[in-house]
Design a protein. Structure first.
Length: 110
């Protein structure tokens, strides 16, 4: 995986897709990504599958969804998100009805 150099600024990046699947991102990392996405108007697809996100990370991403209308598809599967995180995401989608968030967690159904 290629990582951007230290001058990379996600808030200003003109990319449409951000795949961070299985990158060991925790709640603090999700908060940093969400802060940048709140300012970015180009990213349309965000993949967060298989990271170490919980309710706090989900709430942070929900905050970005409140202000980022470019973000159309968010994949938050195979995470440890509970009711509080799911409610935060659902609330954010009320403000951004054109977005979709996939939160399937197979561990909940086994």
């Amino acid at each position: 995986m290629l990582l951007p150099d230290s001058s990379f600024n996600l808030a200003q990046a003109e990319i449409e897709s951000l795949n961070l699947r299985d990158c060991r991102i925790g709640d603090a990392g999700a908060a940093a990504i969400a802060a940048a996405l709140a300012q970015n108007k180009h990213v349309q697809f965000l993949q967060l599958r298989g990271n170490d996100l919980g309710d706090r990370g989900a709430a942070a991403i929900a905050g970005a969804l409140h202000t980022n209308t470019a973000l159309m598809d968010v994949y938050m599967t195979w995470l440890d998100i509970g009711d509080d995180g799911a409610v935060a995401i659902a609330d954010a989608l009320k403000n951004n009805p054109d977005s979709s968030v996939n939160m399937y967690n197979p561990f909940e159904y086994s």
